[in-house]
Design a binder for this molecule. Structure first.
Ligand code: FAD
Length: 386
């Protein structure tokens, strides 16, 4: 065993967007940060997303006004601090008489335009498909609505946060799994899979869908929050149409599927929601492939089949269990601060969105401030370009 002599303020398990954001924020405040990632940073859920910095229009249906408001505000912030990897994109919702009424969609879009406050993102509008998109959508779609959200390179967002954190002194290691964490008199003693032992005052569990695996098997804490692991999958095909526009398709089951222009020559299509038992190696199932293909074929003139699929990827959402339908379970994050011993706080981070990672990171510091001596208590990440 080798002992790292330094005593860190914060040890972060997981180099996804949440771990990376917290490392950057904390390092910028002069804290001593150690982050361990078992693979490459940003190689899990944070690169398997729909790659949107968005308010989450459909969460309004679940009355998640606080989450949508925070996300819309963050959409503005992330666009301004990461200009090289974000771009606004129009989204078109084809109206279907059988599904959500025009009034409901208009009301939702009104809130979506205004909840986040001042924005540079264009406002929503009603559109007529006779003039636009009649060569793309099936002829029974006559009208629709257009709104804007922001596309992001999700993996790059993680990498840029990590690079900044490193520049500000954070110690980041990749391909190092955390295998044990014990509470000691002075804080935590954390064992990595290369036999290195690291000491830290505070431990943050930002392991995404592996969160309870860490709570149960690494920290061996005697309580955790019950979560559901819900898989979401995407397919990638040659681009379905030439316009730089995304579509928000409504399905009969009330779910939404996005069709998003991707890397100039592809369309990214997703997602699904399927309960799974393990966070490891998520893969798309035949059922999900059929679901996504049928959604496209129900809306577009151009029909696709399995032969058109060039690639797929799947990620796992760790949703707080509240026994609702998966699409109704909140996408907001929940902090679980464990103070079994006041000298060794543990913060477990459940859930979250790519969009809210920066605010989440700020809130983590606020939550932990009583247990740290922070040189720079002023929030700073909302204006400093990545
Ligand atoms: C299908 C899908 C689509 C989504 N689309 C969007 C979207 O468009 N917009 C949006 O805002 N949000 C979206 N989200 C949500 C968003 O992707 C997640 O909230 C976010 O990526 C979670 O980041 P994280 O850091 O918590 O988890 P992760 O990115 O999974 O990071 C956790 C890290 O912990 C590491 N780890 C685990 N165990 C250990 C260990 N023992 N030692 C060291 N490291 C360990 C893992 O390797 C992993 O890299 C989507 C989610 C899914 C599943």
């Amino acid at each position: 065993m080798s002992f790292n002599k330094q005593i860190y303020d914060i040890f972060i398990i997981g180099g996804g967007i949440n771990g990376a954001g917290i490392a950057r924020d904390a390092a910028g405040r002069g804290l001593k940060v150690f982050l361990a990632e078992k693979n490459k940073v940003g190689s899990a859920t944070s690169s398997w997303s729909s790659k949107l910095i968005h308010g989450g229009l459909r969460y309004l249906e679940n009355y998640e006004f606080k989450l949508v408001k925070e996300s819309l505000k963050e959409r503005e912030v992330i666009t301004s601090i990461a200009p090289t990897i974000t771009k606004p994109l129009p989204f078109v919702i084809p109206h279907s008489k059988k599904l959500r009424s025009k009034l409901l969609i208009r009301l939702g879009l009104f809130l979506y335009d205004n909840l986040g406050g001042k924005t540079k993102i264009p406002k929503s509008s009603k559109i007529n498909f006779n003039k636009k998109y009649s060569n793309i959508l099936k002829s029974h779609f006559k009208v629709g609505f257009q709104y804007y959200d922001v596309q992001v390179d999700d993996k790059k967002l993680v990498e840029m946060n990590i690079e900044d954190a490193k520049k500000m002194g954070a110690h980041i290691v990749e391909n190092r799994k955390v295998i044990n964490a014990n509470r000691s008199k002075k804080g935590w003693e954390i064992l990595l899979d290369n036999d290195e032992v690291v000491n830290s005052k505070i431990l943050i569990n930002a392991a995404g869908p592996w969160i309870n695996e860490i709570v149960n098997n690494v920290i061996k804490a005697n309580k955790n929050k019950s979560i559901r692991l819900v898989k979401g999958s995407h397919i990638i095909i040659k681009k379905l149409y030439d316009q730089e526009v995304a579509f928000t398709l409504q399905n009969d089951d009330n779910r939404i599927v996005f069709v998003i222009p991707y890397k100039n020559v592809y369309s990214l299509i997703g997602t699904t929601e399927v309960d799974v038992n393990s966070p490891d190696n998520p893969k798309i199932s035949n059922g999900e492939i059929i679901y996504l293909i049928n959604t496209i074929n129900n809306h577009f003139i151009k029909q696709i089949s399995e032969k058109d699929i060039l690639d797929t990827f799947s990620g796992i959402r760790p949703l707080i269990e509240d026994f609702k339908d998966a699409s109704k379970v909140t996408r907001d994050y929940v902090f679980d601060l464990n103070l079994e011993n006041k000298n060794s706080p543990l913060l477990n981070i459940y859930g979250g969105k790519l969009t809210t990672y920066r605010k989440l990171s700020e809130n983590v510091i606020e939550e932990l401030t009583p247990y740290l001596s922070i040189k720079n208590s002023k929030n700073w990440t909302d204006t400093k370009v990545l």
